[in-house]
Design a protein around this ligand. Structure first.
Ligand code: PMP
Ligand code: GLN
Length: 377
């Protein structure tokens, strides 16, 4: 009998980051910024350590200061009300939030609907839970990447328990609009499903507006919203994430979290609690700085003749190389000294035409990567 995770092996991010080091390539594979978050947030963590705040196990669900700050953030940005004590849980990054939500809210044999391309931890956590996933394909269209409603409906069976979505989306940079979210909500309401919504790129939006599906009519009571400080504050190594959900759902996620990690790192929670209280200008500046990098990199790729599917949000730009994109990507370090991710690994279907580049890097790094791609053999 195959072990549950046999099919998963080493993550593509670990594999490609190792390849970048081995070939001395520019790493546009794994999505992390090459400049740390603002010094105020770094200093806040140092201060917490020096002042002895959080150096011993913090409370299991997260320190109250951070849970209150997360609830205030959801209220201010989206008008969503969560009780900081019973409806907010601090996790070790969005990764643990996803794992605990899937493990806590599905039974073995249940089915989870995902949208492909999907973030790699989704199918792995569904498998860990002994559940199965079905994928609905996002396809590029005139209005951006979208899905077919019939395909979504066909993915629902009597065993479906959950729809797991990601907006803004990794790797396509799609921002699901109210229309698409309503179509997902309609299916969730009709079949009494839980929706888990991964919103880690919520503040890195260049076009359109991020809409949490929990704000749609009837959805607050069935939605588990997940986010993380890693992207918003450029501290991906801190691994501070969170879950907001109605108390009944949150209790199940919290009980799993206890046995995954018990608690998350203390001093970083104090620092993020502080940062979440900064003025709204911070979010505008972060998105504007990243938008400039997106424009530089996307325009550079277009000038080199690549077929680019421009992202509306997030860290990543996708190019369409027609076919054999995985082979194209695997030979890229040797041919150009640049590492990218073959989007093939984010699909169940046999779609092998897209390559994902992370552009959350310094301007001179992006310029050098473009120069190398331009000289490629
Ligand atoms: N979800 C998505 C869509 C991501 O891209 C990532 C990683 N960047 C995560 C979850 C994991 O976030 P974290 O680093 O907070 O665990
Ligand atoms: N989310 C980032 C990406 O998609 C980092 C992933 C990771 O290292 N697990 O590249």
């Amino acid at each position: 009998r195959p072990a549950r995770l046999d099919a998963f092996g080493t993550t593509i991010f670990a594999e490609m980051s190792a390849l970048a080091v081995a070939t001395d390539s520019i790493n546009l594979g794994q999505g992390f910024p090459d400049v740390d978050g603002p010094s105020a947030i770094l200093e806040a963590a140092v201060r917490a350590i020096r002042e002895g705040r959080g150096n011993q196990y913090p409370p299991g669900p997260g320190i109250p200061e951070l849970r209150h700050a997360i609830a205030a953030h959801q209220r201010q940005h989206y008008g969503l009300a969560f009780d900081p004590d019973s409806e907010v849980l601090v996790t070790v990054g969005a990764t643990e939030a996803l794992a605990a939500s899937i493990l806590g809210l599905t039974q073995p044999g249940d089915e989870v609907v995902l949208f492909e391309p999907f973030y790699d931890s989704y199918p792995a956590c569904v498998a860990l839970a002994g559940a199965e996933h079905r994928a609905v394909t996002l396809r590029p269209g005139r209005g951006g990447w979208t899905f077919d409603q019939d395909e979504l409906r066909q993915a629902i069976t009597s065993r479906t328990r959950m729809i797991l979505l990601n907006t803004p989306h990794n790797p396509t940079g799609a921002v699901l609009g109210r229309d698409e979210l309503s179509r997902i909500a309609e299916v969730a309401l009709e079949h009494d499903l839980i929706v888990v919504s991964d919103e880690v790129y919520e503040h890195l939006v260049f076009e359109g507006a991020h809409v949490p599906i929990a704000t749609l009519p009837g959805m607050a009571e069935r939605t588990v919203t997940i986010s993380s400080a890693g992207k918003t504050f450029s501290v991906t190594g801190w691994k501070v994430g969170w879950v907001c959900a109605p108390a009944g759902l949150l209790a199940k996620v919290r009980s799993v979290k206890q046995f995954l990690t018990f608690v998350g790192s203390g001093p970083f929670q104090y620092a993020i609690a502080e940062a979440l209280q900064w003025s709204g200008d911070f979010y505008v500046e972060v998105a504007a700085a990243l938008r400039a990098k997106r424009d530089l990199f996307v325009n550079g790729l277009v000038e080199l003749g690549y077929s680019v599917l421009p992202p509306r949000a997030g860290y990543f730009a996708t190019i369409d190389v027609g076919d054999d994109a995985e082979a194209w990507c695997r030979s890229l370090p040797e041919r150009a000294g640049v590492v990218a991710i073959p989007s093939r690994v984010f699909y169940d279907s046999d779609i092998d035409r897209y390559v994902r580049f992370a552009f959350c890097k310094k301007v001179d790094v992006l310029d050098e990567a473009l120069a190398r791609l331009g000289k490629m053999s």
